[in-house]
Design a protein around this ligand. Sequence first.
Ligand code: ADP
Length: 407
Amino acid sequence: MLLLLLFGLLVHHLHNMVKVVRWAREPLGTHVPRALGIWDYIFANLSRRTRVAMEQREQLARSLARFREASQAMPDAVIYLSQHQTIEWLNTAAASYFGLDAERDLGRAITTLIREPDFVRFMKETEEARSVEPLILHSQRQDRLSLSIQRVPFGEDLEMILARDITQLERLDMMRRDFVANVSHELKTPLTVVNGFVETLLDAGDDIAPEDRQHFLSLALEQSMRMQHLIEDLLTLSSLQAGSEPAEEIPVNVQALLGSVLHEIQMLSGGRHQIRLEAGAPACLLGSQKELHSAFSNLASNAVRYTPEGGSILLRWHEKEDGGAEFSVEDSGIGIGPEHIGRLTERFYRVDRGRSRETGGTGLGLAIVKHVLTRHQAHLDIRSTPGKGSCFTASFAPKRIVPHAQS
Ligand code: ADP
């Protein structure tokens, strides 16, 4: 009887052991079998442990997925490297900056894929010898792409490559340097002239004829006024760039504005040109009186300055069918070649440096016009034929035009 009992017990244990072995071969997460006695307790424990392990695994997978999603969403390029500098993972930005494939290139050494000599040298630097400065790489693969690349070690012998697109920053930096060089150059010329006259006057002492003295002083005054114009234009430009909206939004009386611009250019022309104004129906333009005056007057005075004596100039305000309006300045002047038209609103861009200077130009007029118009959501259209004349048109949207009766 006892033997029979022992045999039964043995069969029970063997049966449950077989169940455990079978269950262990199944994938993680398979239900733990049910049993009686001590085996029920063992199976319940196993079941609890596997549940905890499964939960931890899922949590880890979720964290990893979130971490990858975050790295993927980063605007910068991210590449994870193993201790042998082979690629473990990379995001889309990295694939596009370096021309890598997020699947095919996994497991391959990074320096066999990105072979630019500066990059290979950078990747060979040991941690001790490595500079803290990022590597600036001008990509040979993608035209005009500049990258700032950093190596960030983490964990045990692992590292991350971070790369940022600095093309735009470099361009802005170059523009800033060009701008400073241009301003210095523009100021240097008149300053040299003024210095020369003052030195001559000092050296000559009383041995100079009063009319010569007068002549030198008036030339020096002309140059210092040129510098003053330049500074005024620079200040106008910088105040325009500081904000994107006009300084004020008031209904500006267009007829009065055009009248004052007309008067100014008549003075500038001194009767050398035939100047006409076609002002259309009375209207008001919503915006800044000061800025609009500066833009209109720059366009009109350019017409005088670039039109030889005897030429004609037409200032025109014209309301369009859609409710918008245009201000145009047409001249019969020297005109502009098509290759220059797209660059005229750049700061200090001039077709003929000599002529611009002779007529007191700073090279900033059209840059000011463009900024004022942008702030008023208007745009500038330039049509010109060399030797025949030019037409500059500023177009304003309907929302900027207020009929006179309402103003
Ligand atoms: P500037 O002070 O030199 O006149 P602007 O920015 O006002 O500077 O104009 C840029 C350049 O555009 C000028 O140097 C000139 O070459 C050209 N330009 C502007 N307006 C006219 C025009 N009405 N006719 C011919 N050329 C013009």
